[in-house]
Design a protein around this ligand. Sequence first.
Ligand code: FA5
Length: 337
Amino acid sequence: MQEIRTQLSEDLTAATTSQDVEAVRVRYLGRKGEITLLRKNADFSAMSAEEKKRFGQQFNELKRFAEQQVAAAQARQTGTAPAPPSIDMTLPGLNNHLGHLHPISLVQLELEEIFQSLGFMILDGYHVETDFYNFESLNIPRDHPARDMQDTYWLKNGLLLRTHTSANQVRALEHYGAPVRAVFPGRCFRNEAIDPSHENTFYQLEGLMVDREISVANLIAVMRTVLTAVFHREVTVRLRPGYFPFVEPGFELDIQCLICAGEGCSTCKKSGWIELLPCGLVHPRVLEFGQVDPDRYSGFAFGLGLTRLAMMKYNIPDIRLLNSGDLRFCEQFPAAV
Ligand code: FA5
């Protein structure tokens, strides 16, 4: 039946006059036409009930198809129907290129998997945030100079585009309480002067772990485990003091340069270290804002620059390439979906 269907379509395509179409109709649907004979010659006595049913269905479908095709071809020849489009939109594409994930998504998914294996939840947050969750609950009151570090896009209704994924910290504490382990990957927005390492839209991955007796030792252990998994080799980390109102103590975490193994090269500007992420122990005020008792619980938090990590992992020299939508760039990361 499939062969008849294909042959019929070909014959109708080749038919250029209404006489041709009529000849095709007779060849397939006439009294001695191929389709008509198909039924007449069928040996129903040799078929099971199930086979008879299937034959009947397929035959009816074929006949209906043939009648419709012939009618359409006739209409075309007599000028009562438009010519079919020369492209058959129902055919599968010739090029089965499915595309692939963006380098930031690749790094994000890899990190999510690693954190999940350590018992962290993956949570989403809001791009449009309130002053409370983005600043106030993070111990950054209205008149605090720390607000100047993050040039903020304010909306007319008093909300803002979140400047960092830290805005999820108190939301998670309120919702889940303690103990809690979660990471929050996502987009952040700042009114930046754009240059090779600064965009106004970039990705961070925030981490939060709150439990009994969480210390800097836990922070270092988790960061080393994660970074070793990301870079597929043992990494050495160090902490330097850093200031963020929502952690105490606060740190900048550096990794020993993977290019020169700490000897000093142009990538690490001869220092042997690469600045990777800010982190620290969650400030007691933040725990209080999240309804968690700071006398019973402590925790650590970190804010990984996902965009910068992708740049380092894939050797991308200019951050602007990532949001450019330029296929010549995107197609260099062919990990399949
Ligand atoms: C913060 O945003 C803090 N919320 C991080 C934090 C979380 C500290 C938890 C302590 C505890 P900072 O502004 O430094 O910090 O940004 C963190 C990372 O985001 C930077 O290291 C950088 O990798 C990335 N980042 C910041 N601004 C930009 C930008 N304009 N373009 C690309 N990446 C950026």
